[in-house]
Design a protein around this ligand. Structure first.
Ligand code: MTE
Ligand code: MO
Length: 387
């Protein structure tokens, strides 16, 4: 038996001409690609905004208003990511045969071609990584070892950078494609047309939006089968992490529980009864998770500002909030002075008129306007202020 030669193998690799579907075409690619570019851009900007909540350069103002801002930016982030998935799949399908174009013969052309293919490979790999890691994150499945947030943010820069290069390189082709009709041949009735593929991509993307958006938009909730949380949960609010998972069941229900407020070296302790005897404030505020789901509720409790006043802390302090939690991440968060000054930043004792349930953070939880859910610390043990 003769081993296959390189020429034999080469002959078996398909050529661009072997893909005969007339449903592919530059007009289709350019249109789906542009929609995808818009979705990526929205995703990138809203994602940057979310990243700033964790690490803020001093010139970026972050505060409690507008109350619903983070809820909307993060809802839009997740929805535009979902919308991008069908668009990316159709886009890749529409250019797939180009993978099999044979390299050009001239040395200079080969180098240029290698650069172009290299940049597209980076764009494709980073785009697929962004959409996959985002999707797995909202499904709360972490099959990886690395930090989701840092990696998702770092690769976003690679994706947006290679996208800009790609657009710059293809601009003449894109221009021409938009100047011409999507179909450039006589449409025979049997074959799927480019227009049909384009419509299919738009419908699939629109469906992804509608089926996800209900986690932010209440009146869409019942049809949003892709929403990660259906809005169910004790006291009408979803639960991400239970008290059991956080290892706070016993300490949260202990009769010896007292909230500690540490100002410099001075400490004030307050039992839940003492907290309840302080002036109570009630506000309607959303929990807005980074996974895109959000839900408003009526919270009643004591403002952090009132608590600082009682313990001798200044109202323009930065406050660290620590939880009783013993297992897992998100056991503490930091309140910027702008949040502390707003009386709606509270330690909530009640939710929708009832005592806070254990899984919602009993004996008390932080709630503040325009704040990512992950910083709305539950089972609060201590407020710490640098004197
Ligand atoms: N102590 C503590 N507080 C926490 C969390 C946590 O894991 N531990 N999860 C946060 C997250 S990610 C969100 S979105 C909100 C709402 O989560 P829940 O649905 O679990 O209450 O609570 C936040 N507060
Ligand atoms: Mo969250």
């Amino acid at each position: 038996m003769r081993l296959p030669t390189v020429a034999d193998i080469e002959r078996r690799i398909p050529r661009q001409e072997d893909f005969t579907s007339r449903a592919r075409g530059t007009g289709l690619t350019a249109r789906v690609g542009s929609a995808l570019g818009v979705a990526f851009l929205i995703c990138f900007v809203t994602g940057l905004w979310s990243g700033l909540q964790y690490q803020r350069p001093s010139w970026v103002p972050l505060g409690p208003g507008p109350t619903q801002l983070y809820r909307w930016t993060q809802g839009i982030h997740v929805v535009s990511g979902m919308a991008a998935i069908p668009l990316l799949l159709v886009k890749l399908w529409s250019v797939f045969p180009r993978l099999f174009i044979r390299p050009p013969t001239g040395a200079k052309e080969r180098v240029l071609e290698a650069f172009e293919r290299g940049s597209i490979a980076v764009l494709m790999a980073s785009s697929l990584f962004m959409l996959t890691s985002g999707l797995l994150n909202i499904a709360q499945w972490y099959p990886w070892e690395f930090s989701f947030r840092r990696t998702h943010e770092a690769v976003a820069w690679v994706a947006i950078g290679s996208l800009l290069v790609h657009i710059a390189v293809k601009l003449p082709v894109i221009r021409q494609a938009f100047a011409e009709p999507v179909e450039d041949h006589d449409v025979d009735s049997d074959a799927p047309t480019r227009r049909a593929v384009l419509h299919g991509a738009v419908v699939a993307s629109g469906l992804a939006v509608v089926l996800t958006a209900g986690q932010t938009v209440p009146w869409l909730r019942n049809i949003s089968v892709f929403a990660v949380r259906d809005g169910e949960g004790p006291q009408d609010l979803p639960i991400n992490r239970t008290a059991k998972a956080a290892g706070s069941v016993d300490t949260a229900q202990s009769p010896s529980y007292a909230l500690e407020i540490l100002v410099g070296t001075q400490m004030v302790s307050l039992t839940r009864e003492q907290l309840l005897s302080m002036p109570q404030r009630t506000h309607r505020l959303p929990i807005a998770c980074v996974e895109g789901w959000s839900r408003s509720a009526e919270w009643t409790g004591v403002s952090v500002r009132d608590l600082l006043a009682l313990a001798g802390g200044a109202p323009d302090s930065e406050v660290v909030v620590r939880s009783l939690q013993t297992k897992g991440a998100f056991g503490s968060s930091r309140l910027l002075p702008s949040y502390v000054q707003d009386h709606r930043t509270m330690l909530a004792l009640k939710l929708n008129g009832e005592d806070l349930s254990l899984d919602h953070g009993y004996p008390c939880r932080l709630i503040a306007p325009n704040r990512p859910g992950v910083f709305q610390t539950k089972w609060v043990k201590r407020l710490e202020v640098q004197a």
